[in-house]
Ligand binder design. Structure first.
Ligand SMILES: Nc1nc2c(c(=O)[nH]1)N[C@H]1C(S)=C(S)[C@@H](COP(=O)(O)O)O[C@H]1N2
Ligand SMILES: [Mo]
Length: 221
């Protein structure tokens, strides 16, 4: 399994097509906005207590000794961290809520891993770097502006609720960007690419919003 793989498992094309239809039809939109200081649940979301698994049916099994995290592109120091080097970095832990564009939200997730700011300090993005694309072992991609990643609560997470992150949720390691819809939080991440222009990812080219702010319901673009 590598990042050039097709992330859509055989038989899942229909599911992808249905989500694209939802995007075209503007399904789930309430037209309401809310403020995180005033409400805990963003507009149109419902609270769940389980932890749904969402992906395109390809769940790569990445052995720790083969795993790498690369930070590449417009950075002064390219990084290619193996598991040992990654785990030796300062650890961060954050508690937050997650919001999926398919309308479920889950409160109080404890994430542990390496903070985005730690990785950015090591890689030193160049001045021209304005955007990031995350590349995953299943072939999935998603994009954010650099400033959306450069926030203290963002992580490359290896643990969820005090246990190693399960493979179905993106283990060995996934991105966590809690202030955006969860499709921006790439599971099985292997490469963080720094760019001078934006480049829409898997769902962004299929009708999802480029920004993904749950509080203003940026579900579809
Ligand atoms: N590599 C990869 N990351 C991914 C996805 C995917 O298909 N592949 N799906 C995204 C979507 S749409 C959501 S809602 C969350 C789901 O994460 P979970 O399965 O841990 O709930 O992962 C996101 N990250
Ligand atoms: Mo999602």
């Amino acid at each position: 399994m590598d990042e050039t793989a097709n992330p859509i498992a055989p038989g899942r094309e229909k599911l992808v097509a249905r989500k694209q239809e939802w995007a075209r039809d503007g399904r789930l939109l309430t037209g309401r906005t809310a403020r995180p200081e005033e409400e805990r649940l963003p507009p149109g979301q419902r609270l769940v207590s389980d932890f749904p698994v969402l992906d395109l049916g390809v769940q790569p099994d990445v052995a720790r000794d083969r795993w790498r995290l690369r930070l590449e592109g417009l950075v002064s120091n390219r990084l290619a961290l193996d598991w040992e080097a990654f785990c030796a970095l300062p650890q961060a832990e954050w508690l937050n809520d997650i919001h999926c564009v398919t309308a479920w939200s889950r409160y109080d997730n404890v994430w542990r891993g390496v903070g985005a700011m730690t990785l950015l300090e090591m890689a030193q993005p160049r001045r021209e770097a304005t955007h990031i694309v995350f590349h995953s072992y299943d072939g999935y991609t998603t994009n954010v502006p650099l400033e959306a990643f450069a926030r203290p609560e963002n992580l490359v997470a290896t643990h969820w609720n005090d246990a190693p992150l399960e493979r179905v949720h993106g283990g060995p390691a996934r991105i966590v960007i809690p202030h955006l819809y969860f499709w921006k939080s790439a599971k099985w991440v292997t490469r963080i690419e720094f760019r001078a222009e934006d480049q829409p990812g898997f769902w962004e080219v299929r009708g999802y919003h480029n920004n993904a702010d749950p509080w203003t319901e940026e579900r579809y673009g």
